[in-house]
Design a protein around this ligand. Sequence first.
Ligand SMILES: [Zn+2]
Ligand SMILES: [Zn+2]
Ligand SMILES: [Zn+2]
Ligand SMILES: [Zn+2]
Length: 407
Amino acid sequence: MDTDAIRDPVDKLKAIQNDDVEDQDEYDDFDDDDEEEEHEPITLGFIDKPKNQWSLCRQFFPSKAGGVPAWLDPLNIPSGKSSACDICGEPLQFLLQVYAPTEKETAFHRMLLVFMCPSMKCLLRDQHEQWKRHPENPSRSVKVFRCQLPLVNPFYSPECPQYNDSHKPAGSGAALCDWCGTWKGDKFCSSCRQARYCSEKHQVMSWRSGHKIACQQMKISSPVSGPKKNGTTSLESQKVGSKTLWPEFEITIEDESEYNRDISEENTLANSLISRNRTDDTMNSLLDSFKGDDDKKSWASFQERIANAPEQVLRYYRNTNAKPIWPVSSGRPSNADIPRCSSCSGPMCCEFQILPQLLYYFGIDNEVDSLDWASMVVYACEASCDTTLPYTREFAWVQLYSPSTTI
Ligand SMILES: [Zn+2]
Ligand SMILES: [Zn+2]
Ligand SMILES: [Zn+2]
Ligand SMILES: [Zn+2]
């Protein structure tokens, strides 16, 4: 796919904005007196191909989607059951991460990472779990982790990172799975004792896709070597065998207020790839399938809201009064559906929303059993509490277009 074609509308839009920056004041003064609360401008996230691959490494604290995660704490990453889909048991796939530090000293660096099982079957079953109010051990196919670090920590220099290729992190990270590059690789190939995997599943996949041959060569080149190193690595360019990771992008942010203008005469956005391929086509058929007027109304106002910046994949809400926008009215959570923080029992707040546009950038087909969602909203501990765990579980609410569809 030609990503330039996608970038184009956004670049053009930026150019438009730069032309009349003065206009901006009228949006900054935007008061919610007459407007509904939900119209408070927020921060939007867009997908972009990184100019330099190194800029997505963990020492640059990237917000990114697809590829492998940039673990903030690279040593104590979740493992065991935490790293697997609770429904099918397979390792979860990295969806995206958002760097969102707070004022708190202990959250000088703060990262939220979202993982999900790529199976739509699992996501459909995940719905049942999601709707159970506060089960003790929820079985989820979508998991969110929060990691935070103070300015002075073992992994990164307290100095502002130099933004270049030669800047390396202070501490090394755990050695990762040779197949997914995502989770800890603490299981070894029993034959070469060198290839590392997070799970049997990934070992088998690696074996089938070529390790069978590579393994022999590894044995010949270093016949008596045991497991390499001591389970950590400072190598930042992780080699990944899997071809099924979602494509890697940088997430760049823009203020929604900059898009808050009447652009209906601008055909640029109306003609954008997203609205053509992902939105309009699907939408007309979807609209027909909506039974209630509520869903139709929701859909219309959702479309209207994102029309100003249809390429947005992320809406960031923390510290605003804005609320997530739901494409359909059914399948929204009520306040009682949002659990308390698993760690401090305090309230959770809406941190960000992931739009289904992301699936388009990931090249996921619009087929019947393809992965799809209407909206995914991540709720995180309002206090960003400090816990003994390096990675604290947060909560994701997934809204599907037809939540009644079951398997
Ligand atoms: Zn699964
Ligand atoms: Zn793996
Ligand atoms: Zn091997
Ligand atoms: Zn908490």
